[in-house]
Design a protein around this ligand. Structure first.
Ligand SMILES: Cc1cc2nc3c(=O)[nH]c(=O)nc-3n(C[C@H](O)[C@H](O)[C@H](O)COP(=O)(O)O)c2cc1C
Length: 398
């Protein structure tokens, strides 16, 4: 009788947990390693470029179970930066499709992070300073731009004040997620992740600091959660039943009297009831104020959020944030703190992190998890190195 874990998944006792496959609806991740969404600021008018194919493709070659794209804008004015990937037009589909085909061809699943930047639309890439672009700059560049939010409250002193959304604006935002889902299906993505964190549109509705509305979209927690729920329901209705849906939350804003972990547990449960399969547990990003008061950073600093959400809301979770070594990742899974491990910057440093982890945890003896075209050469060299070491110790290496 195969052993099953608390999620009902089969577990193979002889395998590290990090390399136990995970079946989600009709899709199976070959291991528990997810490449976290990371903005590349390399698209043109939302269109994927050769950069994206190489960038995401290398993570598939590196052995990840799931590769998730950067925030991919559901509307032209909803971009985090001018050069974000977009999915607001059918013209974006062929470029995204090419990435899907390559990544899946190398054994990983491919996910798209659907995002609406709300009042934090259009900032510079970090290497240019990361500042908010001013209305003058945006107009000079001829961009279609509009910063929107639940209320006319700016994200910080450097940000222009957003328009408080009307009922029609909210309906259009929900529809833009639904339309993006239809395109994601056509492009061939396996997974959608909804970006509900980091101070972007949905996060601003959740937090009472940014949401001052008195209608059905503001006030009580239930009302502030309404947009998240309506988007999740609209996306689930368009997304095939057999494909998994994730949602990334900022589990805490990091400010007093704001959105907190208890709220995230309630939202996670509500989203799970609407058909969200995994809650990706991040934090922060709402405003300058909360950035200053943010959760102290350190190795695995957001893992406790994932553990609480998983235990209290009884949902599958993904842990993220300064997870660097295979041993650390394995310990998080062994502690029951998460079902999936997201790797961000460490994968930028070492795109082959999953393959290296397989060797470090004893899952792979040689290079069998590497792409075949490379593995055969690496295996041969390993055999040679072993032989040389043996000759050396037996005194025949001269
Ligand atoms: C270059 C870069 C771009 C990022 N862009 C996104 C993004 O598009 N969407 C998102 O949810 N998080 C984004 N993040 C946050 C990462 O997904 C991740 O949560 C964070 O880097 C912490 O994980 P790490 O310590 O493994 O890097 C970005 C991080 C980096 C380093």
């Amino acid at each position: 009788m195969p052993r099953r874990n608390e999620c009902g998944c089969r577990v193979n006792a002889s395998r590290p947990l990090l390399f136990q496959p995970l079946a989600l609806r009709g899709a199976t991740l070959r291991n528990r390693i997810v490449i976290s969404p990371m903005c590349q600021h390399a698209a043109r008018d939302g269109q994927a470029q050769p950069w994206h194919l190489v960038h995401y493709g290398k993570f598939a070659l590196g052995g990840a179970g799931l590769v998730v794209t950067e925030s991919t804008a559901v509307a032209e004015h909803a971009r985090i930066g001018t050069a974000d990937l977009g999915i607001w037009s059918d013209d974006h589909v062929p470029g995204l499709s090419q990435i899907c085909d390559f990544v899946r061809g190398e054994g990983a699943l491919i996910g798209v992070q659907l995002a609406h930047a709300g009042r934090k639309a259009f900032s510079e890439p970090l290497w240019e300073g990361g500042r908010a672009l001013t209305p003058q700059q945006l107009e000079a560049d001829g961009l279609v731009w509009r910063r929107v939010g639940p209320s006319a409250v700016a994200a910080g002193p450097e940000w222009s004040t957003p328009d408080a959304m009307t009922e029609a604006d909210i309906a259009a935002a929900i529809e833009s997620f639904a339309a993006a889902t239809r395109r994601a299906r056509t492009a061939g993505f396996d997974v959608i992740e909804l970006h509900f964190g980091h101070g972007y549109l949905v996060a601003t509705f959740l937090s009472p600091l940014s949401n001052r509305r008195t209608d059905r979209w503001g006030g009580t927690r239930e009302n502030r959660m309404r947009l998240a729920r309506e988007i999740a329901a609209a996306v689930r209705a368009e997304w095939p039943e057999d494909r998994p849906l994730f949602a990334r939350l900022s589990c805490v804003d990091g400010a007093e009297d704001s959105w907190g972990l208890d709220d995230s547990v309630v939202l996670a449960r509500a989203l799970a009831d609407l058909g969200v399969d995994v809650i990706d547990c991040s934090s922060g990003g709402l405003s300058e104020e909360t950035r200053r008061a943010n959760v102290p950073r350190g190795l695995g600093f957001q893992v406790p959020f994932s553990k609480t959400v998983r235990r209290e809301a009884r949902v599958m979770t993904q842990a993220v944030g300064v997870i660097m070594s295979p041993e650390q990742a394995e310990a998080i899974l062994a502690d029951g703190a998460a079902d999936l491990i997201a790797i961000g910057r460490e994968a930028l440093r070492t795109p082959y992190w999953p393959n290296e982890a397989a060797r470090a945890l004893g899952q792979a003896e040689r290079f069998e998890t590497w792409p075949l075209r490379h593995a055969v050469w690496l295996d041969r060299r390993e055999a040679l190195l072993r032989q040389l070491a043996q000759d050396d110790t037996s005194g025949t290496g001269t």
